[in-house]
Ligand binder design. Structure first.
Ligand SMILES: *Cc1c(COP(=O)(O)O)cnc(C)c1O
Length: 368
């Protein structure tokens, strides 16, 4: 068999993480077991996993070209990484980032454990300055929800203490569009709940690292905190991920069309999509990403207009979360931890439906 490392990522997502013996099924089975006969090397699932999550991790490790540890959810993965910051740590997080990560950092600061700096994703000079002394730098690009672009290569190359951790939440880009570890990050995190799984039917999180010491610590955290993935979720995540390249391609092709049309729409004041030429991060995005992604944010006149639009779509589901085959949208400003958002902001996750059907539905909803 050819070494999978030589294959393109689109091939690896299809070929990796499969049983290899000639008599075995092509797909890893769903192994539902807490314990195994004591003669084997797998005495207890929480310690060492099952064949199902090992298959998903083998797949993800091949995709990331890095040791990849799976967790029960994206937040379990984020929490395991954040737990590596010691007491009295200086931690830097983006001013626009996933609200769960911001909440954990705020808790640690309120408990007196960390000093937390919140920095605008696109303020590269400030990130470089803080990285020189921070214990943990947490980046998210494109950011959730505002789709701000951070200069990962510049920040990744900035001088920082050997003991520090540079983390990138890669959920919006996926490993197909962006490879943070190649840009200098120690750790790349993603919620596999979103695009990787792609069907809104599971929770899962992944942490990828090329530092052997970190892989050990992450597995120890998972074992002792019990943040273990489920067998069915691992199976579904792997099954969903097989089509990531096709889904992502279609979603971002549609997202580009919809973003262009929203930018011309009378009811819309601002469109935030890194693929638009006038997006402030467009140039960095063009160099850093292989695709601009499936997420769009746009601003209607006010909160009431945004709520009314979300309530009146027929195809696009009014729902939170993102990255599924189905288009969804929601108003974000009402959500705790999202006070910085404009009242009329809608975050849309573009699915794989026919783009004209999605556009007709969206156009009708925002033109009311
Ligand atoms: C959803 C999300 C998470 C958390 O993942 P869950 O699977 O919901 O726990 C973390 N980061 C980003 C950017 C997300 O969108």
């Amino acid at each position: 068999m050819t070494d999978p490392i030589e294959w393109n990522p689109q091939t690896r997502i299809v070929a990796s993480g499969r049983p290899r013996a000639t008599h075995e099924p092509l797909n890893a089975p769903i192994v539902v077991a807490s314990t195994f006969g004591s003669a084997g090397d797998s005495p207890y699932s929480r310690d060492i996993g099952t064949d199902t999550w090992r298959a998903f991790e083998a797949f993800a490790s091949d995709l990331e070209q890095a040791d990849t540890v799976s967790f029960a959810s994206g937040m379990a993965a984020c929490a395991a990484v954040l737990a590596m910051a010691p007491n009295e740590a200086r931690v830097a997080i983006p001013s626009d980032c996933y609200q769960g990560v911001a909440a954990l950092a705020a808790d640690a600061e309120a408990d007196g454990r960390w000093t937390v700096h919140r920095i605008d994703t696109d303020d590269t000079a400030r990130w470089v300055e803080v990285a020189a002394t921070a214990d943990l730098v947490w980046l998210e690009s494109p950011s959730n929800p505002l789709l701000v672009i951070g200069d990962l290569a510049t920040i990744g190359a900035a001088p920082r203490p050997a003991s520090s951790l540079l983390v990138v939440d890669n959920t919006f880009a996926t490993p197909l569009n962006q490879r943070p570890l190649d840009l200098g990050a120690d750790v790349s995190v993603q919620s596999a709940t979103k695009l990787l799984g792609g069907h809104s039917d599971l929770l899962s999180g992944l942490v990828a690292t090329r530092r052997p010491d970190l892989g050990e610590r992450l597995r120890r955290h998972r074992r002792l905190h019990g943040a273990t993935p489920g067998a069915l979720e691992s199976y579904l995540a792997l099954r969903g991920a097989r089509t990531l390249s096709l889904r992502l391609e279609q979603s971002q092709r549609s997202a580009a069309v919809i973003a262009e049309r929203l930018a011309q729409h009378a009811a819309v004041s601002i469109v935030r999509y890194p693929g638009l030429a006038d997006h402030p991060g467009h140039e960095i995005a063009a160099a850093q990403l292989d695709g601009y992604g499936s997420m769009i944010c746009f601003d209607l006149a006010d909160g009431a207009a945004a709520e009314a639009a979300c309530a009146s779509t027929k195809l696009i589901r009014h729902a939170t979360s993102l990255g599924g085959v189905e288009s969804t949208m929601e108003r974000r400003a009402g959500i705790p931890g999202q006070e910085h958002l404009p009242a009329g902001l809608i975050r849309m996750s573009v699915g794989i439906e026919h783009v004209e059907d999605v556009w007709a539905d969206l156009d009708a909803a925002i033109s009311r």
